[in-house]
Design a binder for this molecule. Structure first.
Ligand SMILES: NC(=O)c1ccc[n+]([C@@H]2O[C@H](COP(=O)([O-])OP(=O)(O)OC[C@H]3O[C@@H](n4cnc5c(N)ncnc54)[C@H](OP(=O)(O)O)[C@@H]3O)[C@@H](O)[C@H]2O)c1
Length: 345
């Protein structure tokens, strides 16, 4: 939990923005962005003005900034960086959006955003949890962890679930959800301190530092009967190794590709069609935005587990909008401890 439950902002007259200045081909670096200021915009009919409080930093922003194949159009150069944020409505000319409401949506890396209905991802009930939580545990990270695991991983009690980026915002919740559903969880993360946190705080039964462990041997010992569900956020060599440790009938949820630094040129690696065939694996890609109708169900379950003490979450919050340009790179370097947010309230 953090101390910023109630925003303390007064209304500035300028809108600070983090603009995408260059098109990155790999992980976006600080100099791909520029800080700028503009006038605070004024809503017209059907629009409302949101004052951002928490800016979200997400690995997916790499894909949104690049022009390589993705599920969405790349961010236009010179525009505020596409980002999710938690904010408060400070002016509204929209019939069903009230001044004072808290929202989570596509409000980008800036102080103020003019928005319409389609920019709202969810309406916030501030009585349910601290505001920051709606950008993490009750935002895309938690909802992705819950829906990708349950709808594509289809875990059964007693299953062994392997998770990559195990100590991150999504991974730290996948293990706890798996535990709540009666499964065993094995985690892979990039440092010894994160391995310890994964076991002590996020309910992993076993966890390994993928940078130093012999993964092949570790997974053979950790899952002698094979892995039933692999919740993969990295791809690359971790996926190549895990594919050879899957149980017959195993399910692979491809939720992220953090270990693939660029898609230009397309990466090559080991061949794995034989594993898919002989082990009768299902391998499905997950994009949260295809699953929006199930968002309320996911929030309901996650919020009740949170209330019952069955979910722990951590946040890594800085307090300067100037921290945004380097934040995606730092995420890929594994510097975050929990959900990475920038508080600008
Ligand atoms: N498909 C969807 O709809 C959807 C929605 C949300 C998130 N995601 C995906 O879920 C994953 C986790 O997202 P998050 O928001 O929870 O971020 P996060 O895990 O809090 O932060 C990213 C983590 O990725 C790990 N990482 C970075 N480069 C890596 C590499 N080369 N090999 C292995 N691990 C690496 C780092 O942890 P270590 O220190 O452990 O290396 C880093 O802390 C991302 O791949 C993201 O794209 C997908």
């Amino acid at each position: 939990m953090n101390q910023h439950h109630v925003p303390a902002f007064s209304l500035p007259t300028q809108n600070r923005q983090v603009l995408l200045a260059k098109r990155p081909v790999a992980i976006p670096q600080a100099d791909d962005f520029e800080l700028d200021t503009a006038a605070v915009p004024v809503p017209v009919n059907g629009e409302f003005l949101v004052r951002n409080i928490y800016l979200s930093v997400d690995p997916a922003q790499r894909g949104w900034a690049q022009s390589a194949m993705n599920y969405s159009e790349p961010v236009e150069l010179g525009s505020p960086m596409r980002a999710l944020a938690v904010g408060q409505v400070v002016d509204s000319l929209h019939d069903s959006v009230q001044k004072g409401e808290y929202l989570y949506g596509w409000f980008n890396w800036q102080d103020y955003c003019i928005a319409r209905s389609e920019h709202i991802l969810s309406r916030i009930d501030p009585g349910l949890a601290p505001l920051s939580c709606f950008a993490g545990l009750l935002g895309i990270n938690g909802v992705t962890a819950y829906l990708a695991l349950t709808s594509l991983g289809r875990p059964q009690a007693g299953d062994t679930v392997l998770v990559s980026t195990a100590a991150g915002a999504v991974g730290s919740l996948v293990s706890q959800i798996a535990h709540n559903l009666g499964c065993r969880a094995i985690g892979l993360t990039g440092s010894d301190d994160k391995v310890a946190v994964a076991i002590e705080r996020y309910h992993y039964d076993l966890a390994y530092n993928y940078r130093t462990a012999d993964l092949d041997q570790a997974l053979t010992e950790a899952a002698p009967d094979g892995i039933n569900v692999f919740f993969d956020n990295t791809g690359g060599e971790i996926l190549d190794t895990a594919l050879r440790k899957m149980a017959v009938g195993g399910r692979i949820v491809q939720c992220g590709t953090a270990a693939v630094s660029t898609w230009q040129p397309p990466p090559t690696g080991l061949r794995n069609e034989r594993e898919v065939l002989t082990r009768r694996l299902s391998w499905n890609g997950f994009v949260i935005f295809d699953h929006m109708p199930k968002w309320p169900e996911a929030i309901g379950t996650l919020a009740s587990w949170l209330r019952e003490g069955k979910l722990h979450y951590d946040e890594d919050i800085s307090e300067r909008i100037e921290d945004a340009p380097s934040a995606i790179d730092e995420l890929y370097l594994g510097k975050n401890r929990g959900k990475r947010l920038i508080y600008i309230g």
